[in-house]
Design a protein around this ligand. Structure first.
Ligand SMILES: [Zn+2]
Length: 156
C-alpha cells in the first residue's frame, strides 16, 4: 500500500513532474492508495492518459484497475474495459475520475512541493471521487426526508 507520506518522499526527492508521474505509476502498478487523500494527491498530477496508463499497467499485473483497490482480478481482456476492474462499481469510480482529469494535470508540481515542505496537504478538493459524490447524494436525500418529516410534523 502507498500512503501520502510515501508520495511526499517521491514528490520531494524527484526534480521534474514527468519523473514524479512515472514514479507514481510505477509505484501504484504493484501497490494501491491507502486512503482517499493519497489517491487525490496522485490525481492532482496525472492527466487522463497517465491515468489510463496506470489502469492498464495495474490490470496487466492482475490487480483491479482502480488505484484505491487491491483486489486481484483474473486475466483481463485488453479490449473490454469492464474486465479491468474487480466489479462494475470500481469501473464507474474510475470513469468518474477520468471525466475530471484533463489533458494537462490540475496541479503544478512546484506548488505541491512547496505545500509539502510547508507541511500542508495539497489542495485535493478540486477532485471529487465517485464514493464522495454518492455519499453526499445520500446525505442530501436524508436531509430532504428529515425536512419533509419535520414539515409534516409541524402541520399537525
Ligand atoms: Zn476493485
Amino acid at each position: 500500500m502507498t500512503s501520502l507520506y510515501d508520495l511526499g518522499q517521491i514528490i520531494l526527492c524527484t526534480a521534474d513532474s514527468s519523473a514524479i508521474v512515472s514514479q507514481f505509476i510505477k509505484t501504484l502498478t504493484t501497490s494501491y492508495c491507502i486512503d482517499i487523500d493519497t489517491f487525490k494527491t496522485v490525481l492532482l498530477l496525472l492527466n487522463n492518459s497517465d491515468y489510463d496508463l496506470l489502469v492498464r499497467e495495474r490490470c496487466r499485473n492482475g490487480i483491479c484497475g482502480y488505484p484505491l483497490c487491491n483486489v486481484n482480478i483474473p486475466a483481463p481482456n485488453r479490449l473490454i474495459p469492464f474486465t479491468w476492474y474487480c466489479n462494475d462499481y470500481h469501473f464507474d469510480c474510475s470513469q468518474f475520475v477520468l471525466t475530471q482529469l484533463r489533458k494537462f494535470p490540475i496541479y503544478d508540481v512546484s506548488l505541491l512541493q512547496k505545500d509539502l515542505t510547508d507541511g500542508e496537504l495539497a489542495n485535493t478538493a478540486s477532485i471529487t471521487l465517485f464514493e464522495e459524490y454518492l455519499r453526499d447524494k445520500v446525505w442530501d436525500n436524508d436531509m430532504d426526508s428529515v425536512t419533509t418529516s419535520m414539515n409534516m410534523f409541524r402541520m399537525r
